[in-house]
Design a protein around this ligand. Structure first.
Ligand code: ZN
Length: 502
């Protein structure tokens, strides 16, 4: 039967992709520097083989046969119809780009990335500008090759690769009220009469002791060490090849215990999603995450809705005292809760707090959308960037190194990716309101260190479906409502206003 043959071919191609994922984990966590050259040959070979298999014309024939089969497609909500929808999306995207454009893109991206690193180092935008121009041109040609529907725009064609079905216009509809109300909230907080206590953040903890403690929190979340590992890397990440082998990483610094803890909860949240996918679907669209935004909703849920909640700290603080002794003796759960919820508008996205983070994303979303439509040219980027930082966050960007040169994404011609971070925050807030309805005693459970109801809810409502539903449909199915800015704004307002006395 065509469907079985199609699935077998896709599982085979995905097996190569999962091998590449272990090689890249190894490169980040284990490989000595001398391995770089040989590893790049290995990675290029596997990427080439995987591309060949994913674009095999036989897959196109099988897809067409399956799509013509009423039994498989008449119910669009069926598993088979979802699999075919996702395979068609993937096949079209990997076959629509001409080979010479793929090669040119790879070449340009790697040179542009190199020039971006130098430009950032020297805070000299002009060194990156010609390469940003090339990357914009490249991304627009890629978008052109993918194509977009009437009423859509080039940015949509690129974002489709990260957040299936989501369009710039829809995102704008949610981001605009979020931006306007956040702008007011942030202005109120920063001019408020009260400052949260930050003493918890000022206590140094030797990294050796953190390393023993932090994995226990991941275990408490339900991260299964029989089917996963935690290692160390410069930038924390999660990579999963199948639910039986999920790798997360974190980082430690003596003066940044809270950072290690929140980063680990974040990555373990991603890890729980990967461990919660159903093994029988491995290698098919039902055995992988719905989107980057939904993936990020899982990490932000654990990082922000658990790890930055007072009930969690009521449970966690006595454990911190047991583990690290007298330094924390007079630190209360309230102190820790206040410290991890400090809001301070600043320039750097990756260091931003829960409230201002979204402003950093909205600046990038607006700018990349304009670059893709041709309304903003590379030369004007710094001015437009700085103007928005002043307007939305009230900060004067002192130089381009901490301004428009700070992120790697555009140096690799990745346009359309940034909004998935804030979509993750929005989905997390909307899911969490529903969870509180379904499990009214959830916060009492957190205060006892019982995080199992949350994990079970996520397993049942999000994880097990994999990529069966497109993200907007999953959100509507789970919460009964379309994605909205209200739940995130309610969450931030209720938590932050009392801490700042406004
Ligand atoms: Zn993440």
């Amino acid at each position: 039967m065509s469907y079985d043959e199609l699935l077998a071919k896709i599982k085979d191609a995905n097996l190569l992709r999962s091998t590449a994922s272990i090689l890249s984990w190894d490169q980040e966590c284990m490989m000595p520097p001398g391995g770089v050259e040989h590893r790049s040959l290995q990675m290029a070979q596997i990427a080439g083989l995987a591309h060949q298999r994913f674009t095999d014309p036989r897959i196109g024939e099988l897809l067409a046969e399956c799509e013509a089969d009423d039994e498989l497609t008449s119910d669009p909500a069926s598993e088979q119809a979802a699999v075919l929808r996702e395979l068609r999306r993937g096949y079209d995207r990997s076959t629509k780009l001409p080979a010479d454009l793929v090669q040119e893109a790879a070449r340009t991206r790697s040179i542009a990335h190199h020039h971006w690193q130098q430009a950032r180092e020297e805070s000299d935008f002009d060194k990156f500008r010609p390469w940003l121009e090339k990357n914009i041109d490249l991304a627009r040609r890629v978008a052109e090759a993918y194509g977009w529907a009437d009423g859509e725009e080039p940015w949509d064609a690129l974002a489709e690769g990260y957040e299936p079905g989501m369009r710039a216009r829809q995102i704008e509809g949610v981001f605009t009220p979020l931006r306007d109300r956040l702008q007011n909230l942030i202005a109120d907080l920063t001019s408020g009469p009260r400052r949260p206590s930050t003493r918890f953040l000022e206590i140094a903890v030797p990294t050796g002791e953190q390393r023993a403690f932090v994995p226990q929190i991941a275990e408490q979340m339900g991260f299964d060490f029989e089917r996963g590992r935690i290692d160390i890397s410069v930038h924390p990440f999660c990579s999963g090849t199948n639910p039986g082998d999920v790798r997360i990483t974190t980082r430690f610094r003596d003066d940044a215990f809270a950072d290690a803890l929140t980063a680990t909860m974040h990555e373990a949240g991603h890890g729980l999603y990967e461990q919660g996918l159903l093994p029988e679907h491995t290698g098919t669209p039902l055995g992988r995450a719905a989107s980057l935004g939904i993936h990020e909703s899982q990490s932000r849920m654990w990082e922000n809705f658990v790890g930055r909640s007072l009930p969690f700290w009521e449970w966690c603080m006595p454990r911190v005292r047991d583990a690290f002794g007298s330094a924390f003796d007079d630190v209360t759960p309230q102190d820790a809760y206040e410290a991890v919820n400090t809001v301070s508008p600043d320039f750097i996205r990756v260091e931003a707090d829960e409230a201002t983070y979204n402003m950093h994303i909205m600046v990038r979303f607006e700018l990349e959308r304009l670059m893709m439509s041709g309304e903003l040219v590379a030369a004007d980027l710094p001015d437009e960037w700085n103007r928005r930082y002043k307007e939305y966050l009230g900060v004067d960007v002192p130089n381009d190194r901490v301004g428009c040169l700070q992120d790697t994404h555009w140096s690799g011609a990745s346009f359309g990716y940034f909004p998935t971070y804030t979509l993750g925050n929005l989905y997390a807030a909307q899911f969490f309101e529903k969870i509180l309805e379904d499990v009214p005693g959830l916060h009492e459970e957190f205060a006892r260190g019982d995080l199992s109801s949350l994990k079970s809810w996520l397993n049942e409502n999000i994880h097990k479906h994999g990529g069966r539903y497109q993200p907007a449909d999953l959100c509507e199915r789970v919460t009964g409502k379309a994605l909205s800015a209200d739940p995130l704004l309610r969450h931030l307002e209720r938590k932050l206003r009392p801490l700042y006395g406004v």
